[in-house]
Design a protein around this ligand. Structure first.
Ligand code: SF4
Ligand code: SF4
Length: 101
């Protein structure tokens, strides 16, 4: 079985539901996440969904413990062999061209 070296973390943003489990699990608080709530009408019901706006990992304090990878229920975090920048930041591209408030 191939083993990926634990050099950095990759975010698969399409899988992330902004559930915050990884943020709460991180023992050194080096992850941050911003999301916004979208509410839409589906027939008689209103359905709300969280959308990821920004995801940040500060590798200056990350211990590469893997708790965030293990706890993610949606396989949105995975190990990468790429050497990390000091801070990894993923930011959503707004579909309407306007930044979210
Ligand atoms: S690998 Fe560990 S220390 Fe690094 S971001 Fe994930 S939970 Fe936090
Ligand atoms: S645990 Fe996974 S799905 Fe939840 S916020 Fe973290 S990366 Fe996203």
């Amino acid at each position: 079985m191939a083993v990926t070296p634990r050099a950095s973390l990759d975010l698969i943003a399409d899988n992330c539901t902004s559930c915050m489990l990884c943020i709460r699990a991180c023992p050194v608080w080096c992850m941050e996440l911003d999301a916004h709530l979208e509410v839409r009408q589906e027939g008689a019901r209103k359905r709300s969904t969280l959308h990821l706006d920004r995801f940040r990992i500060d590798y200056r304090t990350c211990m590469m413990c893997g708790l965030c990878v293990d706890i993610c229920p949606f396989d949105a975090l995975e190990w990468s062999a790429e050497a990390p920048e000091p801070v990894f930041e993923w930011t959503a591209v707004p579909q309407d061209g306007e930044p979210h408030a």
